[in-house]
Design a protein around this ligand. Sequence first.
Ligand SMILES: Cc1ncc(COP(=O)(O)O)c(C=O)c1O
Length: 429
Amino acid sequence: MDTVEKYRRYVNTYFLKKVQPIVVDRGDGATVYDDRGRAYLDLYSGISVMNAGHGRREVIEAALSQMQKLVHCNSYLYHNKPTADFAEALASIMPHPDLRVSFFGSSGAEAIEGAMRLAKQYTGRSEFVALDSSFHGRTIGTLSVTGNWARKKKGGPYLPGVAFAAAPHPYRSPYGSDPSTCARACALDLERAIDQRTSGQVAAFIAEPVLGEGGIIVPPPEYFKLVKEILDKRGILFICDEVQSGFGRTGRMLAIEHFGVVPDIVVTAKGIADGFPLSAFTTREEIARAFTPGDHLSTFGGNPVSCAAALANLQVFKKEGLEKQAAARGERLLGSLHDLARRHAIIGDVRGLGLMVGVELVTDRAAKTPAPRAAVRIQDRMLEEGFLIGVGGGFHGNVLRLQPPLVIGDADLDRVVEALDRILQEAAA
Ligand SMILES: Cc1ncc(COP(=O)(O)O)c(C=O)c1O
């Protein structure tokens, strides 16, 4: 029985329309190879994970050397050096020195759950405010603060005490496409959500600084400053979900750095260890101390192999400035995609920060009618041509997502744009 057939028989993939029809065998930099040796340029990084590239030697060697010493003994019941060293290194990339104390889990959702619990215990309040079009994970708690029916359907009822506010999304904002107007109106909507759609017991506002699964939504520059003022007046914490936008993806180590505000809790995962499972929520000691004995733990969280990999990954970032590369390559890619948009009416919007880039497809530019079927067709054609891309985007699934390893070269990105151009021409013919 071959791998595809074994998947059909033994792996539950019924939650997907289809699994991409390739068997991925190995990876190197921004390229992966299937089991027949065919190369694919990876524009999705295993959903925005392999930021330092596939098969990153420094990361693998650090993990291997740790595996030969100790794989697991629980990182909370006993001390271990990789967990301590990585916790120190993670504090060094936070937007404020007070954000120093981390709790480690294994997945993004686990860390968001922990951050929500900590926010409740610290504030003594139980409600949350989140954004429309957001995504925070697949557990009941994280789906409760996810603003997307397409992800939540059939899984309810969810936690009570969650109110949603308008996403700061100029392209599809009911408040118009001017970014400043959109920022002010969406901040006011958040204020209304807090004051009129909750019982006044809000522990935290949770948001992604750039919304990933919602279709790469980049909030206007002033949005988070306006929001922070509203939160601070009411003693509400800001949980910043950097699970997808963190680790250099947007051209800064953390995407919130673009917005000039300091969150109270920062959640990281995905790109944290270049493919090894690890997540964290990092906060001020004063907040961290709201946990009392018995309140929290994780069996695999802070695993020494993952932490050794994560430390090596951060050293690679420091040595090579991968986030700066992402900023430069992303700007060039966005420029080329804007050129494409001038020639292809199906492109409704091109947006992004660094190498977190979305191309929204529409059947009618004026009405902005989503074109999800075209998005899937283009994804299939790109695969045939040797490019792995993502498709997502809120309710409609009409956004092509380009989130390659940050080590990708300009020449490879040019090849992506050329292929897209060709495929869009075919589609229009
Ligand atoms: C912003 C954000 N938060 C949380 C999660 C959940 O992470 P995980 O799949 O590791 O649980 C994701 C996953 O895509 C995400 O994009």
